[in-house]
Design a protein around this ligand. Structure first.
Ligand code: PLP
Length: 363
């Protein structure tokens, strides 16, 4: 046992884990390449059959004219914002205060592109149409993150999305979709991916979250936008001579998992209800709207840590490898349902929830 981090250690030693598809190890890459002929040629600086066919497939899937494969969503989205700002000659965009660009990208948008940001809505809720109408500043683009990860993966209603899309079109504001977890929200909306993407001028989707690939992102939109994005991709050093080590797993796991999002969503709702049945525990959102949610504890981090270690040791269920302190009296962790959830024997899962509840009760 590693005394430095017993929560992580008991999680690693557990027989089953609540979240994700499995370990992020080299086997993920090996499985994707198992059936690939060694004679297949590499892509070369964004050209070649392997990348071009995948980009065409993704453009058709998302219902957009063209698409381009990027090594990261961070790169794809900063570039999208830059293109829309240059086109409108307004170097300002708007998004949620907890958007990935605002809190996880070391201010790339501001430092690399001199783009100012307007923060819409407050940190606890998703952006509504009224937030956009009230905005006084001119912006070239609004970025919507679906689902809003840092608040447990909350979503606006589909009707709100339609109204925002209509309003932005009227106002000449470009609408960009941070769809890192785009496929994961379709079961809740009961919409096709093209119905969602049609509301946006540009769309990004990740291949290593719900899909579970190695890394990589697709950016889709009209031809002129995508052509410019390819130039910016080169400028950013994103035109790796070979991107196939990412593209082949992206395609493989897309085929393997894109049709399983409903199963993950149902699993998330089931598991959230189990957490909500425990004393001092609630999920955000209360009823998940995708495969993800946050689990909030109304107890100090150190106490909850002890409880989770006990649950993991006693039941062999890996509940979480970390806890995030919210304030002195509360903490949380994130759940992302993937392939691993269905493998957990139900009686063992119920046992883990029972032990968790008992331990929470005895504080
Ligand atoms: C909502 C969201 N947007 C963008 C990104 C960036 O993706 P990447 O890690 O491919 O740069 C992430 C990554 O976690 C994300 O969660």
């Amino acid at each position: 046992m590693n005394p430095a981090n017993p929560l992580l250690e008991t999680f690693r030693q557990s027989s089953y884990q609540l979240s994700n598809h499995g370990k992020r190890n080299v086997q993920v890459l090996k499985e994707a390449f198992e059936q690939i002929d060694g004679e297949v040629s590499s892509d070369m600086y964004g050209r070649g059959q392997i990348i071009e066919e995948f980009q065409e497939k993704m453009a058709a899937f998302l219902g957009k004219e063209q698409a381009v494969f990027f090594p990261s969503g961070t790169m794809a989205q900063q570039i999208s914002m830059r293109i829309w700002c240059d086109e409108k000659n307004i170097h300002q965009v708007a998004y949620h205060p907890l958007s990935h660009l605002e809190i996880h990208e070391q201010d790339g948008l501001k430092k690399l592109h001199n783009i100012k940001t307007i923060l819409l809505a407050d940190k606890t809720r998703v952006i509504e149409l009224e937030d956009i109408i009230k905005m006084k500043e001119d912006v070239a683009c609004i970025l919507l993150e679906l689902p809003q990860r840092e608040i447990g993966g909350q979503l606006p209603s589909f009707e709100t999305l339609e109204r925002i899309s209509e309003y932005c079109a009227e106002q000449g504001i470009k609408l960009h979709l941070d769809g890192a977890r785009l496929l994961e929200v379709l079961p809740y909306y009961q919409k096709t991916v093209t119905e969602v993407c049609a509301l946006f001028d540009s769309v990004y989707m990740s291949f290593y979250k719900g899909i579970g690939g190695v890394a990589g992102a697709i950016l889709a939109g009209e031809q002129g936008f995508i052509e410019q994005s390819k130039i910016w991709k080169t400028r950013h050093g994103g035109d790796l001579i070979s991107l196939y080590p990412y593209i082949i797993p992206a395609d493989y796991y897309f085929e393997k998992r894109s049709s399983k999002m409903y199963q993950y969503y149902e699993g998330a709702k089931e598991l959230a209800a189990l957490f909500n049945s425990c004393t001092g525990i609630s999920t955000l959102p209360l009823v998940p709207v995708s495969n993800m949610f946050h689990v909030h504890f109304l107890q100090p981090l150190e106490q909850v840590k002890t409880i989770l270690i006990e649950v993991q040791q006693q039941t062999g269920i890996g509940v979480s490898h970390y806890l995030k302190e919210l304030d002195e009296e509360s903490c949380s962790f994130e759940v992302n349902i993937g392939d691993q959830y269905e493998n957990i024997p139900k009686e063992l899962l119920f046992e883990a929830i029972k032990v968790l509840d008992e331990n929470m009760n005895s504080i």
